[in-house]
Design a protein around this ligand. Structure first.
Ligand code: NAP
Length: 309
């Protein structure tokens, strides 16, 4: 092993990039690891962001690129590496092991590995992923210009996706399993004002049908139990997210879903390992709370390193 860094940051979304910005300024030696995807995390695939203070209306990709530029401009460099696990070595050293068999060592680790899209878990979803089934309207919506799309979910993401797709598609159907959406009121109002968006409430998607491409969904009406076939060219699933923590299960305390238990100081149950951003237990998962975590995590890392013997 060549060297022991002060810190390894895992993940290049808003939390990881903010941690990198603060780590440079704190004079720490560190590695910033990012998996197979482009840096920026989920924010990079978000359309217009209206609630990031000071930058009203910025595109998610633009904000992410600006964060990457800022971190790199200060001297941080991103190493492509998919992390497979962390080993605890004597004297508090942590070894971060990667899928390509490389390993890196540090005194402290900030886990900012974020979340991934939850699947619907219905027949046809897996087979038709990339052939009409998508989890990102900003990424794939343009393929369905002038066509019909179904969005599944009732949260802010589903509402955002439906509004975005309404500007591209001929017709959008938002299917939600309850009789009310949980999306912010401003998004709901925007959605209801769109003539080419239909809300189908109290309904679940039972199956996605198609031979090589999405052709229809089977929709169960929860009120009367009937199932009907609804034609569509695409299905955008927006039913929430799951923490990307499979690789560190058994090492860190997690809640029942797999979010790493950590408070505002980002400290986990293992001294020197911190969790920042969407990956930790918290009330509100937003870009603004992720960047806050990135900064707080480095404050905690500094305190931990100051006590390092
Ligand atoms: P979310 O708030 O957890 O909403 C997920 C939605 O999917 C819920 O309506 C849920 O139904 C539904 N759902 C879950 N599993 C399902 C299944 N198997 N089948 C059908 N429906 C299912 O997730 P999100 O919308 O992705 O948002 C995640 C976080 O990012 C939130 O904190 C959100 O506020 C934030 N966000 C914010 C913005 C913004 O501020 N503009 C934009 C995007 C995301 P129930 O309602 O029945 O539980």
């Amino acid at each position: 092993m060549d060297r022991i860094y002060d810190l390894i940051i895992i993940g290049c979304g808003p939390a990881g990039l903010t941690a990198a910005i603060y780590a440079v300024r704190a004079g720490l030696s560190f590695l910033l690891l990012e998996g197979a995807y482009a840096p920026g995390g989920q924010a990079a695939n978000t359309g217009v962001i209206e609630n990031y203070p000071g930058l009203p209306g910025i595109q998610g990709s633009e904000l992410s690129e600006a964060m990457v530029r800022q971190a790199e401009g200060l001297g941080a460099s991103i190493t492509e590496a998919e992390v497979a696990g962390i080993e605890l070595l004597p004297e508090g050293v942590k070894r971060v092991c990667c899928r390509d068999a490389k390993a890196y060592e540090a005194k402290a680790v900030v886990i900012a590995s974020g979340t991934s899209h939850r699947r619907l878990g219905v027949p046809g979803e897996e087979e038709l992923e990339g052939c009409g089934v998508s989890y990102c309207a900003v990424c794939d919506g343009a393929f369905f210009r002038g066509r019909t799309a179904v969005v599944v979910g009732g949260g802010n993401t589903a509402a955002d996706e439906a509004v975005f797709l309404a500007g591209i598609c001929k017709e959008v159907k938002l299917i939600h399993r309850r009789d009310t959406l949980r999306a912010d009121r401003i998004l709901q109002e925007r959605l209801r004002a769109l003539e080419n968006v239909a809300l189908i409430l109290n309904a679940t998607v039972e199956e996605i049908c198609g031979d090589g491409a999405v052709e229809a969904v089977l929709v169960r009406n929860k009120t009367d139990g009937t199932v009907s076939r609804m034609k569509t060219d695409a299905v955008f699933a927006a039913v929430g997210t799951e923490p990307q923590t499979e690789w560190c299960r058994g090492l860190l305390d997690m809640d029942s879903v797999g979010y790493i238990r950590a408070g505002e100081d980002c400290a986990t149950n293992i001294p020197g390992i911190f969790a920042a951003g969407d990956v930790r237990t918290k009330k509100l998962r937003q870009i603004v709370t992720a960047v806050s975590d990135g900064a707080c995590a480095i404050k905690s890392v500094q305190e931990y390193l100051n006590a390092w013997s």
